[in-house]
Design a protein around this ligand. Sequence first.
Ligand SMILES: *[C@@H]1O[C@H](CO)[C@@H](O)[C@H](O)[C@H]1NC(C)=O
Length: 324
Amino acid sequence: MRRFYNYCNLEKSKNMWRQVLVIVASSCLCKNTAQQPAICNDVNVPNFVRYHLTSWQHAVAGVDMIVENSEAGIVSLDLTGNEHVTIVVHGRESGIYTEFGNTLKHSIITADKQMIVILVDWSSLSFAPYEDAVSYVPCVSNEIRSFIENMMAASKLNPNRLHLIGFDLGAHIVGIASRNSVARAVKITALDPAGDGWGADSQRLNATDAQLVEVIHTNGNGAFGSTAYGIGEPIGTLDFFPNGGDRQPGCRTLDNECHHKRAWQLFAGTVDAGGHLIAMKCLDMSQVSNDRCTMIPPAVMGTLALVKFNTGLHRVNTGSIYPY
Ligand SMILES: *[C@@H]1O[C@H](CO)[C@@H](O)[C@H](O)[C@H]1NC(C)=O
């Protein structure tokens, strides 16, 4: 299933991808790589990961910048280390100059005008065939882990003020990056984490990757056996299943892409509206699916709040159009 969010980005991505192919081809002379997922060593991953830094002030002044993941690049950042920082990571076949990137960036810097937002661009790898993109997840995670650790080493980042947000494969990327970092992030928001290739025995995002691991599942199981994009079971400390977590109102039943991306649309809605989607707690997935969740305390889904005392499964029923 190929999906293209942004054609300009795709053009750029195609060029970068050609470079990847040249590198892969030149390093694997005897192997038939067509059938096999690529591995980290086949590409120089740091060359394909970019960090786009912005904030309300940066955006107003028109001085958003690309930060180099190097001592010089990070030491030169005009940060005190006390700022709240949100790192946003996109998923498969996507980038940051997309509806996803633009929406999240706008919502976050508008809601918190002091927030530093770093959008991670791994588009030239994410447009690879899905299995290859999956195989790049550990290397992209490792690259982001080094960026986070370099920021901490330069006293430009306090992990207790670090919020990681990932959509689709990006959810596993931020989970693994936080898990392997010298200090875990205080919060992860995982937006419909990718399910294909991410079974229970994988390195997928899990509840110990941050103090608060909030997961919003919107396409956990596909309709009528069709292939879903997400994961239909709880994997965080606080899991939300809007409208049951499989299919979303306003999307055609079989349009899993629509159900999937509703995760970040809902999240952006909660940031814009300041926490209007209140979910009741559920005992198990059967209550989630049958809309039988009545337990308290209710939980506020989404938002930029770094601390929540709720745990477990939750369901909220939403509308079909923004802010849902
Ligand atoms: C989370 O994942 C890590 C690495 O795969 C593993 O060591 C750890 O036990 C997992 N924790 C949970 C709660 O599953």
